[in-house]
Design a protein around this ligand. Structure first.
Ligand SMILES: Cc1cc2nc3c(=O)[nH]c(=O)nc-3n(C[C@H](O)[C@H](O)[C@H](O)COP(=O)(O)OP(=O)(O)OC[C@H]3O[C@@H](n4cnc5c(N)ncnc54)[C@H](O)[C@@H]3O)c2cc1C
Length: 371
């Protein structure tokens, strides 16, 4: 919209609200948010962790991580999702107050030479381009390429939000922590100026396979999953008011996701397990590169969309694969025994190894990427 495109957003939810969970936004994402003019607004609601740590699941031994958050030109924010959504929606409405249509479920579309018509439950509308930003179960993707065939990763993710005042002072720190253990890991980091702690636990388990943001679990079930883990992990679990669970599915990288005037972005075309913390950041990068392709390139709409897809294909494929590679790394059996675990952690999280896994992600500039 800032580049002169007239955009309408159709969202099935009746209210604009995100799940109460956190999201990490690395420099490659905050660079885009600053370019869109919402960086400072978001910063006021976010946390910038002072550091990151790896901790061992049973002994609690901690290693300070080479700090990725501070070495780039843009900050590493940890954000409460409803705050991010609110800041983005406000920015859209400042430009076009009626752009976001709620309670509008898309049911299909029809493409002709000159336009694309979006079918909604309560009507239809036409435009030059249709962008399916409709998430992991994308109807637009399935209409373009047929039914979805996700594979269960064998991992379920637990998440919860803990009021910081419930935690003992030694745990209520402005530090992002990644606990690693055989068959599971836990990540926690502060949100909302340090008033909340976000909890994400990933565990290898095959008995539950629902991919949903809203499925609830119980404290007892979560605690049973992490039996034998360090007392600090138990303290986190005990203080989560409502734990939620999500079965992690994997979909292989798509070779293409544009047909004529219709394209996809975000999880609709490259969902990934959340172990590089890049799914939302990739969607943010996609959006900027797509806007640039539509407004900076010549040629018909189809060729501009194809250039957007080309510019994003290899990078998002690496992110999908890099995220999956972290399953084996975070859950290695070498972590079972404190003797082998120390050597393993010191090797896998050595500065140069961490840099080779993250530098290419964080240094990317969606504003100057060649189209
Ligand atoms: C446990 C966990 C932790 C994560 N942590 C991070 C992290 O730290 N950093 C990070 O970058 N990423 C993280 N991610 C990934 C991130 O949440 C996703 O990649 C991101 O939400 C994708 O955004 P999206 O806009 O593509 O899709 P979504 O957020 O799923 O949004 C899709 C929207 O489309 C709407 N919709 C769907 N179908 C229709 C329809 N037919 N008609 C109208 N509207 C429709 C939905 O209601 C929804 O609002 C995490 C994911 C999980 C599961």
């Amino acid at each position: 919209m800032k580049r002169g495109c007239d955009v309408e957003v159709y969202e099935q939810a009746r209210q604009l609200k995100e799940v109460g969970a956190g999201v990490q936004l690395s420099a490659n994402g905050t660079r885009v948010l600053y370019a869109l003019g919402v960086g400072e607004e978001l910063k006021a609601l976010s946390c910038e962790a002072e550091g990151k740590e790896i901790r061992l699941w049973n002994t609690g031994e901690a290693w300070k991580l080479f700090d990725l958050g501070r070495v780039y030109d843009f900050p590493y924010f940890t954000v409460y999702r409803p705050d991010l959504l609110e800041v983005l929606a406000r920015a859209v409405r400042r430009i076009k107050p009626e752009a976001i249509h709620l309670g509008e479920r898309c049911t299909g579309f029809v493409q002709t030479d000159g336009a694309v018509r979006l079918e909604l439950e309560n009507g239809s509308m036409s435009g030059d381009v249709l962008v399916g930003a409709d998430g992991v179960h994308s109807l637009i993707r399935q209409t373009l390429f047929g039914p979805d065939k996700p594979q269960f990763s064998g991992i379920i993710a637990w998440r919860g939000i803990i009021p910081m005042e419930r935690l003992p002072a030694r745990m209520a720190r402005m530090v992002g922590v990644n606990w690693v253990g055989p068959g599971g890991h836990v990540v926690h980091y502060p949100l909302r100026a340090g008033t909340l702690m976000n909890f994400v636990g990933a565990l290898e388990r095959t008995d539950w396979q629902v991919e949903s943001w809203s499925a609830r679990g119980t404290t007892e079930e979560l605690a049973a999953d992490y039996r034998g883990w360090h007392e600090d992990v138990q303290t986190l679990i005990r203080n989560i008011p409502v734990p939620h669970k999500w079965a992690l599915m994997v979909r292989p990288p798509m070779p293409r996701w544009t047909v004529g005037r219709v394209t996809l972005l975000g999880d609709a075309c490259h969902s990934m397990v959340p172990f590089l913390a890049q799914g939302a950041v990739m969607a943010i990068e996609d959006a900027l590169v797509l806007a640039r392709a539509l407004t900076e390139l010549d040629g018909d709409v189809g060729s501009r969309l194809a250039r957007y897809e080309e510019a994003r294909r290899e990078r998002t494929r690496r992110a999908v694969e890099g995220s999956a590679d972290n399953i084996a790394r975070f859950h290695s059996r070498a972590l079972a025994d404190p003797g082998t675990a120390r050597e393993y952690v010191e090797r896998e999280w050595a500065g140069h190894n961490v840099a080779s896994r993250y530098e290419w992600l964080f240094r990317y500039d969606a504003l100057t990427e060649t189209l």
